[in-house]
Ligand binder design. Structure first.
Ligand code: AMP
Ligand code: ZN
Length: 451
């Protein structure tokens, strides 16, 4: 079956056609590792994971590359503020980022490329752009001359009236106007751990060149698919296209997919606005990362999703109900083809996960299907959902007897046990008992009953 995707470049839904049959080369902009990501950032990484899983569900091999921005304005600023060497700071936050991926059941990208380990490719690309006359040297760095770029700004629909001659060295400049931007920033007194030698002068790369150089080094001049959050369309992705296409003369990416924002009180969640939550904030509200993931699945990836605690809590209750039902269904069934077909139709329709989730509940209510087959079908869907539904029957009691908040505590304890956090697991057991319930561990999960 065809996979249909909304391509930001054409602003239309298109049928996906890979360059090589059965393979997808996919590049996603990864985190800037100067702090722990907020849950809005993770929304975009869950989207990337869903895209990969949908391709894999369709039988594709996905060459998925994610970068780690471990040198840029923000990482350098934070390392100076803290007095921590750059590498120490970024590896700390990279580890925290990766533990978030694991908690959210995001499959590890096949290649995780750090900017600082690929400086050579960036220097080469900049040298090429200088040789082609599309870049020039100024006092403080090497800049891309956007007036030399044919069709600059098509991805973001930037018209020529918004192209300014002013130079910008900051990586994240105003969203209204396009400027010549820094490919390389010459050495300053920022600190010596962010300086590399280059034929055009010692310094460090700009953010945009990092992604152009690493994506093409790993995947070749033309990617099948490039993804990121909507805020990256301009200037970041626009500038990646300018750099890459000027250097190679080939299209940089055949498809561009951008995820919608997570908002809070209808405003974009952002570090700069100080209106963000982290995964650990959800955990202190007893919301498991997988419940958060389930909640994300219930919205279309391009729509904004507005965070409220109530919404995520009700998603958690739904997930617990789903796990409980599957937990008591017999094993050994066969996935039901008619449901699989409908599921594929939904996920291949530009990742319509809300419909795929609704189909799951429809199947559970379908009296004409045997329970074992329902279970097999839903576990098959879980190859895309990534809700760890196959981790076995964790819940050995009729969920109707147990209040949802007690089950939530038990699920949090199960999660703590899985990660071997015994102290937390014990504290949760005491809390469950203090609320009048008994929890006992079973070979594949636990049971709950009133004490
Ligand atoms: P950063 O670490 O700031 O480079 O961001 C990592 C990813 O998170 C990028 O793809 C951004 O587009 C994305 N992102 C940032 N804020 C949000 C948000 N509020 N909702 C969804 N994605 C976001
Ligand atoms: Zn990028």
């Amino acid at each position: 079956m065809d996979i249909k995707l909304y391509n930001t470049f054409s602003r239309t839904i298109e049928t996906f056609k890979p360059q090589k049959a059965g393979r997808v080369s996919m590049y996603q902009c990864g985190p800037t590792v100067y702090d722990t990501p907020h849950i809005g950032n993770y929304r975009t990484f869950v989207m990337d994971d869903l895209i990969r899983r949908v391709f894999e569900y369709n039988g594709y091999e996905v060459d998925q590359v994610m970068n780690v921005t471990d040198v840029d304005d923000k990482t350098i600023r934070r390392s100076r503020e803290e007095g921590t060497p750059l590498h120490e700071l970024t590896s700390r936050y990279e580890k925290l980022f990766v533990s978030g991926l694991e908690a959210l059941e995001i499959l590890p990208p096949k290649h995780l490329l750090r900017a600082t380990e690929n400086i050579g490719a960036m220097v080469e690309l900049i040298s090429d752009l200088l040789a082609k006359g599309a870049a020039y040297k100024a006092d403080d760095g090497v800049y891309m001359d956007i007036s030399k770029v044919a069709g600059y700004g098509q991805l973001a629909h930037i018209d020529s009236g918004r192209i300014s001659k002013e130079r910008i060295s900051n990586d994240e400049y105003d969203k209204e106007n396009a400027h010549d931007f820094a490919l390389w920033k010459f050495k300053t007194d920022e600190g010596s751990d962010a300086v590399w030698e280059a034929p055009f002068g010692a310094g460090r790369p700009g953010w945009h060149i990092e992604c152009s150089a690493m994506s093409m080094k790993a995947l070749g001049p033309t990617l099948d698919l490039h993804t990121g959050g909507m805020d990256l369309i301009f200037p970041h992705h626009t500038n990646e296209i300018a750099q890459s296409e000027t250097a190679t003369g080939k299209p940089f990416a055949n498809y561009w997919m951008h995820g919608g924002f997570m908002t809070i009180k209808e405003e974009k969640m952002a570090k700069s606005k100080n209106n963000f939550l982290k995964l650990e904030d959800l955990e202190s509200e007893r919301i498991s990362p997988l419940a958060f993931r389930y909640w994300l699945l219930t919205a279309h990836y391009r729509s904004p999703i507005d965070f409220t605690l109530e919404a995520v809590k009700s998603a958690q209750n739904a997930l617990i109900r789903l796990m409980s039902v599957i937990g008591i269904q017999p094993e050994g069934g066969k996935a039901i083809q008619a449901y699989k077909d409908r599921f594929l139709g939904f996920v291949n329709d530009d990742l319509n996960t809300p419909k795929a989730v609704a189909l799951t509940w429809e199947l559970l209510k379908d009296g004409s299907q045997p329970d074992a087959d329902k279970r097999a079908t839903i576990l098959d869907f879980d190859r895309v959902f990534g809700l760890r539904l196959a981790s076995g029957p964790r819940f050995h009691a009729s969920p109707a007897d147990i209040p949802a908040e007690i089950t939530a505590l038990a699920e949090a304890r199960e999660e703590a046990r899985r990660t071997k956090d015994w102290k937390k697991a014990d504290a949760l057991r005491s809390e469950i008992e203090s609320r009048g319930f008994r929890i006992s561990d079973k070979p594949k999960g636990y049971s709950l009953e009133p004490a």
